[in-house]
Design a binder for this molecule. Structure first.
Ligand code: FES
Ligand code: FES
Length: 207
């Protein structure tokens, strides 16, 4: 009887006697985690690679030149102008719509190019500061900025000029106060506002 009892004891599986139910569940959980984490990492990396490789075809005209580009649909118009088309005159200040340094005209309307995707402007007519000078002659608004010293460091100036063009075209340049109001989205850290307003008013009179 004792022999049989000893043999039965010796034959018992270790896990069923020496590991608690809690231990078994913990082990199973740990094993599952170890095997699932690499799978999740793999699928995340694959998804990122797939998204990064997606491009869209977009056509628009920039400063009278037709452009047809394969671009990342997540690229802002500002980044496409500066980095893809090598037009760095449009400045990146805040990159979040707060300073106006990136202002360009799209189909005649002024917009901040950092807050809009280039892929949204298929077939648009886009004007940047590089397109204003014609045959070596500055645009009248550019001349007015020089004449009225509407700048100091110059970082905001391309955005101010593009915004000034929009302001005049919209009919919002009837008085210095009106110009100040309608140009208020364009920040000048140097405080060259008196010259900027005078330049827009001067160009408006001559247009
Ligand atoms: S860079 Fe676009 S608003 Fe400042
Ligand atoms: S001229 Fe320097 S920020 Fe406007």
């Amino acid at each position: 009887m004792n022999d049989k009892s000893d043999m039965a004891h010796a034959a018992r599986p270790v896990a069923s006697t020496d590991m608690s139910r809690r231990d078994v569940l913990a082990l199973a959980g740990a094993t599952a985690s170890v095997s699932v984490i690499p799978t999740l990492l793999d699928s995340t990396a694959m998804a990122e690679t797939a998204v990064a490789s997606i491009t869209v075809l977009v056509s628009f005209t920039v400063n009278d030149q037709r452009q047809q580009l394969n671009i990342d649909p997540r690229q802002s118009l500002l980044d496409v102008l500066r980095e893809t088309l090598d037009l760095p005159g449009t400045k990146k200040g805040c990159n979040q719509g707060a300073c106006g340094a990136c202002t360009v005209l799209v189909d005649g309307r002024r917009i901040v190019s950092c807050l809009t995707l280039a892929s949204m402007h298929d077939d648009a007519q886009i004007e940047t500061i590089e397109g204003l000078e014609k045959d070596g002659e500055l645009h009248p608004l550019q001349e007015a900025f020089v004449a009225h010293e509407g700048l100091q460091c110059g970082f905001c100036t391309s955005g101010q000029i593009m915004s000034g063009l929009g302001c005049i075209a919209e009919g919002h340049s009837g008085s210095p106060e009106e110009i100040q109001f309608w140009m208020s989205g364009n920040i000048c850290r140097c405080g060259a506002y008196p010259g900027i307003v005078a330049a827009v008013a001067d160009a408006a009179k001559r247009s």
